[in-house]
Design a protein around this ligand. Structure first.
Ligand code: RIB
Ligand code: CA
Length: 313
């Protein structure tokens, strides 16, 4: 029985790969819908990119919704410097024919979780947590009904990427992140600590190009654009591939390792706004509210990605 998931995303080149990996795995994952959130670029463009991605995969049956246009309490911060003005620069994907659903994405999240049997829906969060936190505020009962929330965000040993202290998804909407981490649902975190080990080396990028399908060509084009910023910044032999770690956790959890521990979010200090304070060494007796993933087998991760993406058009 495939696992029911809702993907909440700000596509974003790495979001696109995460979504495509999910769409390439219908035996394991039943994607109930995709909800766009403001993050990498503005909501309208992220939503349009999500439509482009389901069309690329030949999965226009998947409903796509627009969620919240900005953080719960703060001014939106975007990342065109990484993802380009469209948010999906390098993809060369045409304007979508498919259109967004009329319902607000937050209402789709609530109605889907409330109507499904308990513990059968997993939320995959690939961007700022605004939509999920807003759903939790509007209908707190969803927290106890969710199977799991798997999110890309935060860092502990790798600290920050948008500031010295914070990772982008958490930084954009720290109040939303605080709400999600405190909601009581099982939360699994894919932080920079693990995504910084999943580098798009030249050999791995060649494997995407050599897939020979339109998906491989689009991914190679997208990542060739988005990796520039991180290659310059870090000087590594590849750029971190963040969001597909969320999908890979659902498909192959054994390639990852981490620890159940307390994770809280800084929302008061401007200096450390959005910092994920992970009690990884179990110093306190605070509730261990998250599975914090620290490591992963990069070769296994890319083998999974390449094998699955070959299945798409
Ligand atoms: O910090 C990396 C995260 O921010 C990824 O989700 C990327 O898509 C951007 O949203
Ligand atoms: Ca993202």
């Amino acid at each position: 029985m495939p696992r029911k998931i809702i993907i909440d995303s700000d596509p974003g080149q790495d979001d696109a790969v995460a979504i495509l990996l999910a769409l390439a795995s219908p035996e394991e994952l039943d994607v109930l819908g995709i909800v766009a959130v403001a993050g990498n670029v503005g909501l309208a463009r992220n939503a349009k990119n999500a439509l482009r991605i389901v069309e690329l995969a030949g999965r226009t049956d998947i409903p796509v919704f627009a969620g919240c246009p900005g953080p719960m309490m703060r001014k939106l911060v975007t990342a065109e410097h990484v993802h380009g003005d469209t948010g999906l620069d390098g993809s060369n994907l045409p304007d979508p024919v498919k259109t967004l659903e009329d319902r607000h994405g937050v209402d789709f999240l609530i109605e889907t979780v409330m109507s499904a049997p308990e513990n059968t829906v997993t939320l995959c969060a690939l961007g700022p947590l605004t939509n999920i936190a807003t759903a939790l505020v509007k209908e707190p009962r969803i927290a106890a009904r969710l199977e799991e929330i798997v999110l890309m965000g935060g860092a502990y040993f790798e600290v920050g990427n948008i500031t010295p202290a914070a990772e982008f998804n958490i930084y954009v909407d720290p109040e939303a992140a605080a709400t999600v981490f405190a909601c009581g649902a099982p939360v699994t975190v894919m932080p920079l600590d693990v995504t910084h080990k999943m580098l798009t080396t030249p050999g791995r990028m060649k494997a995407f190009r050599d897939l020979g399908n339109r998906t491989g060509a689009a991914i190679a084009g997208m990542l060739s654009f988005s990796e520039h910023f991180d290659l310059q910044k870090y000087g590594w032999d590849g750029a971190p591939l963040h969001d597909p770690c969320v999908t890979a956790w659902l498909l192959a959890p054994d390639i990852f390792s981490g620890r159940q521990c307390n994770v809280e979010i800084e929302t008061a200090s401007e200096l450390t706004r959005g910092m994920t304070v992970a009690d990884y060494w179990l110093i306190t007796d605070k509730p261990r509210n998250a599975m914090f993933i620290r490591d992963g087998d990069a070769d296994a991760f890319y083998r999974l990605l390449t094998e699955r993406l070959a299945r798409l058009p």
